[in-house]
Design a binder for this molecule. Structure first.
Ligand SMILES: C[S@@+](CC[C@H](N)C(=O)[O-])C[C@H]1O[C@@H](n2cnc3c(N)ncnc32)[C@H](O)[C@@H]1O
Length: 303
């Protein structure tokens, strides 16, 4: 895997910080649960990630990501997320205009950040949307935002899609899901996709094309991408780093961290959707996001 040189480094694996250690060593120390060692190594470095990680590990933050809602808001409203959501909105609106669906299902709609602007942008938006999300707070945000969309009937289900599919046999012209199916473990997702295939005419999924890496490559990948992610924020960098990106980064490395995402390469997504009974599976690059490129997957169901 090609990796970019970090500030102050001779090469990725080469000598870099005092004592010849690199940010990778700091991340590796975290995987061993050596928080103080990780802080010391990061503090000796000069990259943005070194600085942010050292400050975070030196603070009394307990790893809670949503401690500071302002940090998540600054993150999601800024940096590459602006272009990312614009690209998602364009892609979904185009699907509505081409397919002219009457009924749309949004799996894991969150606060409607992708759905609502797509409905507004499309010339032929659906008349019914069913939104499914287990987060009460996010779902109620989506419902509120959907109230502002004209001529739309909304069916909101505060549940996981697994339970929704088990209890409901409605059919949809389009089922869409943006950055949500990765929150479901791979095998359970097989079941969700197989449950959707006979109920929908078409499927539109937006996810990140995340490479399959061994442990060491993963540390290099995280170091490179988080450095790039931090660079996308300017005035808000400190807030975003300390309140969101560093808890997310350390949370996935420290031993005992609870796994909350099951990402995979785009080709594995396509294979999984095909395995579930969908046909005509297509992948389209969508946006070159800092952590991994986003893609659109479209497929035909059997409804
Ligand atoms: C990263 S957010 C994406 C939200 C929205 N689709 C967007 O593009 O902004 C992931 C969403 O998936 C939801 N989610 C997690 N597990 C889920 C499940 N089993 N069924 C349905 N939604 C789920 C979360 O509550 C969260 O709202």
């Amino acid at each position: 895997m090609g990796v970019r040189q970090l500030s102050g480094c001779d090469g990725w694996r080469g000598a870099c910080q005092a004592g010849g250690v690199t940010i990778i060593d700091a991340l590796r120390a975290l995987t061993r649960g050596e928080r103080e060692r990780a802080r010391e190594v990061a503090a000796a470095g000069s990259g943005e990630l070194d600085r942010a990680l050292a400050a975070y590990l030196g603070s009394d933050a307990d790893g809670t990501v949503y401690d500071q809602p302002a940090a998540f808001t600054a993150f999601i409203d800024g940096g590459g997320n602006v272009g990312l959501y614009k690209a998602v909105t364009r892609a979904l609106a185009r699907i509505y205009d081409e397919e002219r669906p009457v009924r749309v299902l949004d799996v894991g709609c969150g606060d409607g950040r992708a759905l609502v602007p797509s409905l507004v942008k499309a010339e032929h938006p659906p008349r019914h949307v069913t939104v499914v999300d287990p987060s009460e707070a996010l779902l109620s945000g989506a419902v509120k935002a959907l109230e502002g969309v004209k001529n739309l009937a909304v069916d909101a289900r505060n549940t996981r899609v697994e339970e929704f599919l088990a209890r409901d046999d409605s059919r949809f012209d389009v089922a869409q899901s943006t950055f949500a199916l990765h929150a479901i473990p791979h095998e359970e997702r097989d079941g969700v996709l197989a449950g959707l295939a006979p109920r929908v005419k078409s499927l539109a999924v937006v996810e990140f094309d995340v490479p399959d890496l061994d442990d060491e490559e993963r540390l290099e990948f995280l170091a490179e991408t988080y450095e790039r992610g931090l660079a996308e924020y300017d005035e808000d960098r400190e807030l975003v780093a300390q309140g969101f990106l560093m808890p997310v980064l350390t949370g996935q490395l420290l031993p005992g961290a609870k796994r909350s995402t099951w990402e995979q390469p785009a080709t594995s997504w396509a294979a999984q959707v095909g395995r579930a009974g969908f046909g005509d599976v297509r992948l389209t690059p969508l946006f070159d996001y800092w952590s991994s490129p986003a893609f659109l997957l479209t497929a035909s169901g059997t409804a």
